[in-house]
Design a protein around this ligand. Sequence first.
Ligand SMILES: *[C@@H]1O[C@H](CO)[C@@H](O)[C@H](O)[C@H]1NC(C)=O
Ligand SMILES: *[C@@H]1O[C@H](CO)[C@@H](O)[C@H](O)[C@H]1NC(C)=O
Ligand SMILES: *[C@@H]1O[C@H](CO)[C@@H](O)[C@H](O)[C@H]1NC(C)=O
Ligand SMILES: *[C@@H]1O[C@H](CO)[C@@H](O)[C@H](O)[C@H]1NC(C)=O
Ligand SMILES: [Zn+2]
Length: 655
Amino acid sequence: MSCRVRTLVKLGSIILFACIVSTLSDTRLIQGHNQNLGEALQFLREYDSEASGMCFRVSSAQWRYSTNMTDYNKRRMIEEQMIRAKFEKLSWKKAITFDWTRLPDPMTRRQLKMLATNGRASLPDEKYNEIHHLISEMKEMYNSVRVCPYNNKDNRYCDLVLDPDVIRLMEHSRNPGELNHIWKEWHDKTGPPVKNKFMRYVQLANQAARMNGFSDAGEQMKHQYEDDHFEFELNETWEKLLPLYKELFTYVRKRLLGKYGSEYIREDGPLPAHLVGSISGQDWNGIADLMMPYPAVKNIDVTDELLRQGFTPLRIFQMAEEFFTSMGLKPMPPEFWRNSLLEKPVDRKVQCTASAWDFCNRMDFRIKECTEVTMDDLVSVHHEMSHVQYYMSYADQPYIYRDGANPAFHEAISNAIRLSVFNPHHFHRVGLFNNNSETYETNMNFLMTMALNKVAFIPYALLVDQWRFHVFRGGIQTMNSAWWDLRLRYQGIVPPAARNERQLDAAAKRHVIADIPYTRYYVALLLEFQIQEALCSAAGHTGQLYTCDIYRSREAGRILSEALKLGRSRHWRDVLRTITRGKQDRLSADAMLDYFQPLLMWLRIQNRAEKVIGWTTHKEDTSLFQPLLYKSSASAQSLYLYPLIAVIALKINLL
Ligand SMILES: *[C@@H]1O[C@H](CO)[C@@H](O)[C@H](O)[C@H]1NC(C)=O
Ligand SMILES: *[C@@H]1O[C@H](CO)[C@@H](O)[C@H](O)[C@H]1NC(C)=O
Ligand SMILES: *[C@@H]1O[C@H](CO)[C@@H](O)[C@H](O)[C@H]1NC(C)=O
Ligand SMILES: *[C@@H]1O[C@H](CO)[C@@H](O)[C@H](O)[C@H]1NC(C)=O
Ligand SMILES: [Zn+2]
């Protein structure tokens, strides 16, 4: 199934050989001697029922805490999580007693391989506990960061939190001094305090990976995509998207230059990280007001209409449900309506981030969302309910296959549905928007809004793990300059002030310290458009991709449910083939380019007079973060520590 022609070309070999090679590369992964298929099946049956039960208990405890944040509920949740960690370790120990590469049944092989290669259970007990502990400590530290406001001279009221304060300031402040201050505060308070813990985490993650047969933890993360050559696809798609990114970038730079002046931005240079409207610089929605192609034309917003029609959170959920049933998919089960949290309760503290839950017992699925009657929430309820559709579709699979086809699939499906919903034509069809006044200008504004979200995100989504893979491969000495090197190379973004190796600016992003892989966001971004294009073609859509809405299309619903019910039981390339009716099995940039084509035309005209499309890099840009160019005593001291760190790393790797 995963023998692929591209592998052959690379190896200069024939089909048969490629298949043998791919099995060979599995044999270096950890495995035992037991070749008894009956025993393997027996083990997998037991695992299935115990793991489902464990998942139910942990999800219940997590739900109880997220919807009622008391210390007691938190302790209970942590207890359950620890029990599960022990269970996972035990299951791993049993799984690796099997000589799984030699078992005749492919499904048994697949399941055992997934159990044997996943996670960190290969570490000895005390290190296994240590890495879990380290990650939760880093998350606690991240959550407890408080930032001092700009005008607070004596630093007495330093109580700004990330969400909502820092996020809101980065979006709304247009004072470069304040933006610079908040940016620096956040990065200086998230990075240096966790740096030692992070380096220890890197060592332990690498050890776990090596004991499983991988060369390092980055390789273990990539293994989730079940294709040794997947990285080429990442590169290849990035190169195709780069021209679109550069046009958007150039237009944004021109507008920012007009706003802030050449004191802050060079006319052919990169963008300073504090001026792009978000603390991480990953999307540029925050500065959308400065970027609208036609500021005099109103942007699409159905919030007022929702309020006028007397919508409630419940009615928003019913509308989302009807979106799916209109395509022939299942309605939400009674348990969903009984147990979900649709509104923010007044009598207790809740964790309000919207999320969709699978309690792993094949009937209890929920959404937690502090829904308000707004367009944003209408759209996000559709997104969350798409996750629930996925859960329900693969509920009959064994526990281990009840997951997205690859780590990106869940988000990709939900975001593809979102493309149909957040769309003037859809709003027209459900009676929320009169699109008679739809014009070229409104469409360009709409596409710009989407581009500031999606196109701006492309290089960031790719570079976070490029950095992490570099660090795992042995790059802990120059972690911070490597981070900025990538951000400049991919995004064209530089820090607003000089940075050095005492800092760890990647840690300003929660996913980095929370051990959450990031490549999935890049893959999901592309798949989202590939899936939308495929479903739209099934729905018989003609015309621009960005106007497509699959609402009421039975054929799109049929294909979707056929793909979703596979869960992770098949290689994701097979699932992609199912969705595209055999047309595609690779990651492709074409659908995304197609979606933004009208905007690209518009951008090219806007950028006609620009000397440089994209950015040129000068020494003044790289000297902001190249460590060897610094002469301060503090940097000299940290440079002096490198050989020592390297020795520690080497020693631990050998253990
Ligand atoms: C919240 O959790 C506490 C236990 O810490 C419990 O006593 C209380 O009844 C819960 N509140 C609700 C509304 O469930
Ligand atoms: C600081 O600025 C905030 C708004 O940005 C304002 O509400 C507050 O009064 C200011 N504090 C001082 C001490 O100027
Ligand atoms: C991806 O591209 C970068 C630069 O564009 C290159 O250095 C790297 O080797 C490429 N990786 C692969 C796997 O092709
Ligand atoms: C409004 O949306 C409907 C539904 O998709 C579409 O048929 C119609 O052409 C749109 N009207 C305009 C003016 O674009
Ligand atoms: Zn989601």
